[in-house]
Design a protein around this ligand. Structure first.
Ligand code: FES
Length: 74
């Protein structure tokens, strides 16, 4: 699902960032530019970010994070 239409940021993009250690919403904005144009997506983007942090990211995002960690460790 696209959360930020202005910058074409999806819930999956946010979940991947959250599971990769993005520390807060401001850092997420720096990384993905979400909620930095019209701002209409801010509340939804915050909710998705917080939910992803609590859950440890979306299932696919968790899998990608594990794969990335394995590659970095190799
Ligand atoms: S929809 Fe995200 S900044 Fe406009």
């Amino acid at each position: 699902m696209i959360v930020c239409v202005c910058h074409r940021v999806s819930d999956r993009d946010i979940a991947i960032a959250a599971s990769s250690g993005c520390p807060n919403f401001e850092a997420l904005q720096d990384d993905l530019r979400v909620a930095t144009a019209c701002g209409a997506c801010r509340d939804c983007a915050c909710a998705v970010f917080e939910e992803s942090r609590i859950k440890g990211g979306a299932p696919r995002a968790r899998g990608m994070a594990v794969a990335a960690q394995a590659l970095l460790a190799a």
